[in-house]
Design a protein around this ligand. Structure first.
Ligand SMILES: [Ca+2]
Ligand SMILES: [Ca+2]
Length: 298
């Protein structure tokens, strides 16, 4: 314990004198068992070329270290520069670090979050930004929790309509349903184990394939219609053959779907369909496809 106290007092003393600590004067990995009172005011600058581990709270003006670990709170009124940092809370005017992560899954930034790459090219703004949730300016941001692209048939699961298609033999962009495959006119899946949320957003692309004559495409969430779009009749002279039968050219394809609403349940039933449910309706002359179904929560 005495050694631990010595280290802390050494740091405070060095900090108050504004002297840079030498690596040889600190002992790496030492823990402090007792709570140590330090000055509330920032004491000055601390520069460490090795790791810094503090068992309690620490208050300094500027902190520059390889790695910073604090079991309690960290208060730095100036700047923190570290390769990595761990603390229960950290209050600082400026934090520069190569890794920022939270054991609780939440990082709250009460100020500007600027992510820059180590790359010398200043036009590169970030190499990666991965977060469980992001709040900007006090406003929770949407986060993508599911994305179904249907490009690998073996990964398609849970849909009432399991068949996939692509518009040409060489295309790697497959989608759910398609030419001759939407006879039951409904593609439904219940998404489960959604993370805690208060709002939900569903986005997708809807393909109107072949001979639409004024029927209506729709999306239902938990059994309620939330999005509709009519299509046709199509003037064949103005279409472009994109998919399905070459007898019927397409004039509406990859139509964007986006709906958001209040929602808290961990399960969400998603159904895509069309009103062309006549028993004589031929899915080889009129069909639909759905691609890139994305579920966002916040
Ligand atoms: Ca796809
Ligand atoms: Ca067609």
């Amino acid at each position: 314990m005495l050694k631990g106290v010595f280290v802390i007092f050494l740091l405070v003393a060095l900090a108050s004198q504004g002297v840079h600590a030498k690596a040889t004067k600190s002992r790496r990995g030492q823990d402090v068992d007792d709570e140590v009172e330090v000055e509330k005011k920032p004491a000055g600058s601390v520069t460490m070329k090795r790791d810094l581990s503090v068992g309690g709270s620490m208050t300094v003006g500027t902190l520059d270290a390889q790695n910073v670990t604090a079991a309690g709170n960290l208060m730095v009124e100036g700047e923190i520069r570290a390769l990595s940092m761990a603390a229960t809370t950290a209050n600082t005017g400026y934090l520069q670090t190569s890794l920022l992560k939270s054991p609780t899954g939440t990082i709250l930034v009460k100020g500007d979050l600027i992510i820059t790459s180590a790359d010398v090219d200043p036009s590169v703004s970030a190499t990666a930004f991965i977060a469980e949730s992001v709040t900007l300016g006090g406003v929770a941001q949407w986060r993508l929790v599911r994305h179904e692209h249907f490009d690998q048939e073996e990964e398609v699961e849970g849909w009432s309509l399991m068949e996939t298609s692509s518009c040409s033999a060489g295309s790697k962009d497959a989608f759910l349903g398609g030419h001759c495959k939407t006879g039951d006119n409904l593609a439904t899946k219940t998404f489960e184990n959604l993370p805690e949320h208060t709002q939900i957003k569903v986005a997708a692309r809807y393909h109107f394939i072949d001979n639409w004559q004024g029927e209506t495409a729709f999306l239902k969430l938990d059994g309620e219609h939330v999005w509709t779009q009519g299509h046709g009749p199509v003037n064949p002279a103005h279409g472009i053959e994109m998919c399905g039968s070459s007898k019927f050219k397409e004039t509406k394809f990859s139509a964007p779907v986006e709906v958001s609403q209040a929602h808290t349940n961990s399960m969400l039933e998603v159904s895509f369909g069309s009103t062309s449910h006549d028993e004589n309706d031929d899915p080889c002359s009129r069909s639909f496809g759905v691609d890139d179904v994305m579920i966002y929560v916040k």
